[in-house]
Design a protein around this ligand. Structure first.
Ligand SMILES: O=P(O)(O)OC[C@H]1O[C@@H](O)[C@H](O)[C@@H](O)[C@@H]1O
Length: 286
């Protein structure tokens, strides 16, 4: 792992849980239980050198998810730039379970996205929960459209030990078949190969059940209509310079997204909001 000096905020909650958020990309890179167990995947080969995006954690994809928008670069540019720490009204300096970071863009620097905006991400650590709230304000005079995602890399015991509940019968776009629209006919989603899907109008509650650790992640999203499910598997892992060849076995991305269901149109002066709450618990009998 290559690390240059970068600012990060360490969040702690009363029971001993902790999380880390870098100002670079407003990027959550770690979330640990009160017993010190890491819940978020961060690649051992992650490169901490702006403008490179950090591999793992929770990259904020904005103002574009994937190639769904006018920009030539995948996932927009918020994950490549520094956010500014925002003072939270009414929060005492000693209350360190929450942080708010802001990216202000003046419409200059990206020819294909000439629209000023303010993007704010607030991360709050609770007892067994991590909440991330995004807000986007159009600070310009023209309406604009955006897609986005909270590209969350979960740490799992082993990819052949996890299943996803909540996506059965949903329609999805398969990124491995030129975005062909299909329906998920499995009752639970298991992983035996590369998976790269945009679930359309996905339920707001999705669960990862990890039988290796006995852990359940319950993801509750609001504002994001879609959910992306991604695991690069063997060949793609081998092609990524900042990702270990075997690391696909330890991670799984579930990403609340504004993607295949259509972009958000934001009028001048208006604000859009989206959030996810991730709760973890041990399954009974585990
Ligand atoms: O390598 P990147 O730009 O971080 O993207 C990682 C993955 O992100 C996922 O959200 C996409 O669905 C995948 O297609 C993509 O490969």
């Amino acid at each position: 792992m290559s690390i240059k000096f970068m600012d990060k905020v360490v969040l702690r909650e009363e029971k001993g849980g902790a999380a880390e958020v870098y100002t670079h990309g407003g990027h959550v890179t770690s979330w640990k239980t009160s017993l010190g167990k890491e819940l978020i995947f961060l690649s051992k080969k992650a490169i901490f050198e702006p403008p490179k995006a950090i591999r793992g954690g929770v990259p904020i994809c904005f103002p574009q998810f994937g190639m769904m928008g006018p920009m030539p670069t995948q996932h927009g540019f918020a994950r490549n730039v520094n956010f500014v720490l925002k003072r939270l009204d009414g929060v005492a300096p000693t209350a360190c379970n929450t942080t708010s970071m802001v990216l202000r863009y003046d419409g200059k620097g990206h020819e294909t996205f000439p629209y000023p905006f303010e993007l704010r991400s607030t991360v709050t650590l609770g007892d067994s929960t991590l909440t991330q709230e995004l807000s986007v304000t159009n600070t310009g005079t023209q309406p604009f459209q955006f897609t986005c995602a909270l590209h969350t890399y979960f740490r799992i015991s082993a990819i052949d030990q996890v299943k996803i509940k909540g996506l059965s019968k949903c329609r999805y776009l398969d990124n491995l078949q030129e975005m062909r629209e299909l329906t998920d006919d499995q009752t639970e989603l298991l992983f035996q190969r590369e998976t790269d899907r945009v679930y359309l109008a996905a339920p707001d509650s999705i669960e990862i059940h990890d039988s290796g650790s006995g852990r359940v992640f319950e993801i509750t999203k609001t504002g994001f209509p879609d959910a992306v499910v991604w695991n690069p598997w063997v060949d793609k892992a081998a092609k990524m310079a900042d990702f270990g060849d075997e690391e696909y076995k330890e991670m799984l991305c579930i990403e609340p997204a504004v993607a295949g269901s259509g972009a958000v149109s934001l009028e001048a002066g208006m604000t859009w909001r989206g959030s996810q709450v991730i709760r973890h618990y041990q399954a009974s009998g585990a």
